[in-house]
Design a protein around this ligand. Structure first.
Ligand code: A3P
Length: 334
């Protein structure tokens, strides 16, 4: 017998404190994409287990000036950006052309852990002081829900953000969810998923609010927050890797340029290379999902193969409304 929805709902809150249960039960909820429910917490939609970890991170995380935080919208290129950042900031310890490079043996999510899925998932206050600097962490939460010690004025840690045009992001999430949605949750149609997405009811959504928050912070504090779009990386990854390294305080020296280190990094982290590695073909890293599900097509514009004319029209209108006047634009989408 498989798990029932009721059992799973109960399981969502199993082992949590009375206060936490009370908090969750007080939040607005809608049906979840891969769990029974999504809850509206601090103005974004989220699964309960992650909410608990996010609260722990907000309460206990102590940022160091040398920390790097990779903040992203799910399915916007997180795995890629984690790999690039890891390779850049650790290149003195791990030569990029080494056959022993950690990225050849481990998935980027194991090297740059998520605060909400890993670091604080099973430990309210883990000891992070022994991690060698620069420490790299990741999170999907909106800017204002990051731990305060990361975003307060006197913190010098760096935040690198990536999002993606909302059309391709939806398509990527849709394909991913089809792989990971437990069967006991019942069917979830494309139309239903798209409707929820447009209403912002998707993990860490609404995505327009998410990207605008980071966009505005990157304009206000360009030395602290660097804003990327997946499409930028696809457009000229060498240029973006140089910008990224500069921003992080690890610029490439003339000698490194001569030795083509930038090209080596982009090759190591390329979709084709990462997808072909054994660890990414057979391993698991986030929440016990197969790593291979993290590497699908890696293209810009795949939305044309899934979305109907009406869907495109609806999402275009939303983007126009939400992003209008912000200066944030996605080329090549209607
Ligand atoms: P598609 O589903 O469109 O193929 P995330 O890492 O945030 O979960 O994003 C997943 C998306 O990034 C997937 O998009 C995946 O194929 C793509 N991706 C993963 N690794 C990549 C890489 N090294 N280069 C380019 N795209 C990559």
């Amino acid at each position: 017998m498989g798990t029932t929805k009721e059992e799973e709902e109960e399981d969502e809150l199993y082992g949590t404190t009375k206060e936490f249960k009370q908090l969750i039960l007080s939040l607005p909820k809608v049906i979840g994409w891969r769990t029974p429910n999504l809850y509206l917490f601090q103005r974004f939609w989220c699964q309960p287990k992650e909410i608990q970890a996010i609260i722990s991170a907000q309460t206990h995380f102590q940022a160091q000036d040398s920390d790097v935080i990779i903040a992203t919208i799910p399915k916007s290129g997180t795995t890629w950006l984690k790999a690039l950042v890891f390779a850049i900031v650790n290149r003195r310890g791990f030569r990029v052309d080494s056959l022993e490079h950690p990225l050849l043996r481990a998935n980027p999510h194991d090297l740059v852990p998520f605060l909400e899925y890993k670091v604080y998932a099973n430990d309210e206050n883990p000891n992070l002081s022994n991690i060698a600097s620069p420490r790299c962490f990741a999170s999907h939460v909106p800017y204002n829900s990051l731990p305060k010690t990361m975003i307060r004025d006197n913190s010098n840690c760096k935040i690198v953000y990536i999002c993606r045009n909302p059309f391709d992001t939806f398509v990527s999430i849709w394909h991913f969810m089809k792989k990971i949605r437990p069967t006991y949750l019942g069917p979830f149609s494309l139309e239903e998923a798209f409707d929820m997405y447009c209403m912002g009811q998707v993990g860490y959504g609404p995505y327009w609010d998410h990207m605008l928050e980071y966009w505005e912070e990157s304009l206000k504090s360009p030395q602290k927050v660097m804003f990327f779009k997946y499409e930028d990386l696809k457009g000229d990854v060498h240029l973006q890797v140089r910008r990224l390294a500069e921003f992080l305080g690890y610029p490439f020296s003339p000698q490194e340029e001569k030795e083509c280190v930038v090209e080596e990094i982009t090759k190591l982290c390329s979709f084709q290379n990462m997808k072909s590695l054994e660890v990414n073909k057979s391993g698991k890293s986030i929440l016990n999902f197969d790593n291979k599900g993290l590497f699908r097509k890696g293209e810009v514009g795949d939305w044309v193969n899934l979305l109907s004319k009406q869907m495109v029209k609806r999402l275009s209108q939303i983007m126009q409304e939400k992003l209008d006047g912000s200066g944030l634009e996605f080329p090549n989408v209607p």
